[in-house]
Design a protein around this ligand. Structure first.
Ligand code: FPP
Length: 255
């Protein structure tokens, strides 16, 4: 998919939705169940979200499944999440492939065990030719890690003589962060009631529309996602321009 520049256009259907799936733990705790039960319920909500994007024709969906910081959670919870990821990879990839979904992972893959890494590689290879929905799972991912990695890539290019320091600009860095081949997220959805970005796509979400709900991730349904889309459709995206500039077609504002 061609990466779109941040052009000012009336908001309609988001091309790319990024999601923080928060509230699994609280959902389980409210039912006096272990947190792992909440994560399993969360995995079901992932399918609700994918189905919705496929039905509506959203081109890209990026899910924050496990942050760089989540490694610090109790060993038992990290273990349960790893098991869940592995099960999902084993169970869901065939169906996703059949439905034309391209699956990719962003994050520090080397921190996962070999079995999961191999499954991730296999899922990516299997679905590489699909383009109906670009599903990216951010796992062991952090926005700061992403930007630091891109900065290191720039430094390596400069050190090797492939890039002049004065050629370093937003486009050069933007080409080296994750998801550089996708349009930036148009809409960010976070469940669970917290109003923060939590080190998700820090570079990519500079002009993303933010939408929050108190609903816990396992409670997600199509009606909630539709509310987010309706809200998004009513927003005026200005990208730093004025409302009048957005309203007037380009030819009218050109000198
Ligand atoms: C945040 O809720 C959620 C996570 C850290 C894990 C997200 C994982 C899933 C939704 C399950 C599987 C995902 C895939 C892609 C198969 P939390 O535990 O922080 O909830 P809390 O804020 O209520 O404690």
């Amino acid at each position: 998919m061609a990466a779109a520049s941040a052009t000012a256009a009336p908001a309609r259907l988001p091309r790319h939705i990024a999601v923080i799936m928060d509230g699994n733990g609280r959902w389980a705790e409210r039912r006096r169940r272990p947190r792992a039960v909440g994560h399993r319920a969360g995995a079901r909500a992932v399918n609700v979200c994918i189905d919705f994007c496929l039905e509506r024709g959203v081109e890209a969906l990026t899910l924050f499944a496990f942050s760089s910081e989540n490694w610090g959670r109790p060993e038992e919870e990290v273990g349960a999440l790893m098991k869940l990821f592995l099960n999902a990879l084993e169970r869901e990839v065939d169906e996703l492939h059949r439905r034309g979904v391209r699956v990719r992972f962003i994050g520090e893959r080397e921190r996962f065990g070999e079995t999961i890494r191999k499954q991730m590689d296999a899922a990516e290879a299997r679905t590489a030719g699909n383009a109906r929905l670009h599903l990216t799972v951010a796992a062991s991912y952090g926005g700061r890690w992403d930007i630091a990695r891109a900065a290191r890539a720039l430094a390596e290019d400069v050190a090797a003589g492939r890039l002049a320091p004065e050629a370093i600009d937003e486009a050069a860095l933007g080409a080296r962060v994750c998801l550089a081949d996708l349009p930036p997220p148009d809409l960010f959805i976070r469940t669970g009631g917290e109003m923060r970005i939590s080190n998700f796509l820090l570079w990519q979400m500079a002009y993303t529309e933010l939408w929050f709900t108190d609903l816990l991730w396992p409670e997600l349904d199509a009606a909630t996602l539709q509310r987010a889309l309706d809200d998004y459709a009513g927003r005026e995206r200005r990208f730093g321009l004025t409302g009048a500039q957005i309203a007037a077609p380009k030819s009218e504002t050109a000198e």
